[in-house]
Ligand binder design. Sequence first.
Ligand SMILES: [Zn+2]
Length: 404
Amino acid sequence: MNGTRMLADLDELATYGVDPGGGLSRLGFTAEEDSARRFLREAAGRAGLGSTVDQAGNLFLHPGKALPDDPVVLMGSHVDTVRRGGRFDGAYGVVAALEVLRTLTEHDLPTRHAPVVVAFANEEGARFPCPFWGSLAVTGQLDAAASTVDRAGHSIREPLARAGGDLDAIGDAVWPPGAVGAYLELHIEQGPVLESRGVPIGVVTGIVGRAIVEFDVRGRQNHAGTTPMDQRRDALVAAAKLVLRIEALSAERNLCAVSTVGELGVEPGQANVVPGRARLTAEIRDLDAARLEVAEAVLREEAARIARETGVGIECVTTMRSAPVRTAPPLRAAIEAAAADLALPAMAMPSGAGHDAQLIAAVAPVGMIFVPSRGGISHAPEEYTAPTHLVAGANVLLHAALRA
Ligand SMILES: [Zn+2]
């Protein structure tokens, strides 16, 4: 594998979508992303490889002129970014896969299935708010009608067509059963675990599921000066108790992996008024569906208890739920063996972030490899992974593809 060539590709890719404010804003289905994809197709062409775009705008790079009919070993990720994101999230997995494909073809190395590279369309959903657009489309899970307009009201039709897709024929992007024999996604960790343990390779055991519960706390708005403390029904005080119970769910009680209150609103929001209403969200994640279910049930019990104790009303609605996904044991073993071949320390770990692999898992065995993120920072201009780790991860991808 030519690490220098891969790093040069990554540098080149980082020139598309440079944001004057810092970082990369290479949103899915924009001119910036189009240029990045053009660069990838040209790089593939220079290596004697072909490229294909499906109806959903997913870009495939492959040996020969057309995508093979037989099952493939698919490797890749995405090249779109969030606003002012980093240069490694997604892009690294695609350029590494391209380097692996070039290496396999140049040296005529045998893989069980024909190797193909993918850059999935609109993984982040930063412009058109449908994250995982491309991987949802190929697995037949995309509700295109519900997600075709950006925040400014522009249809996805034209941008999708410019990328090589076709909104009217998007159903044709669905893969036939068995089309993908294995999917391997190499990605930066986007968290601090590998760096803090000093381990260069993460073997992903699965991608956590999550639930978002919205709470509407109703107390009684009243005068902050004349209402005695024992006669208040303060919505914010009740909400504050709930915030701490939500934190304790994971931090103290270990009922789920992480639990977060990311939104909290108070009404009317004045210094001299006892708050009458508070709204907040709880987001919980875990790799185990049963644990997630229990944590959600406990959360609702806690809310009911706080409502009784404080005399407020608390309504809760679960607005989002996604199931955890496990990576395929044979691919996990292939990645572990690949790391061992290369004498690279590796550790098993879950992914707390979502990835295309979690959608692809519905139709094909998936495996994921992580490399360290400096300071655990991602979705930010400061995102960074050392070149030695980038090359090591790509080598593991190559060796895993040979074993997949
Ligand atoms: Zn990503």
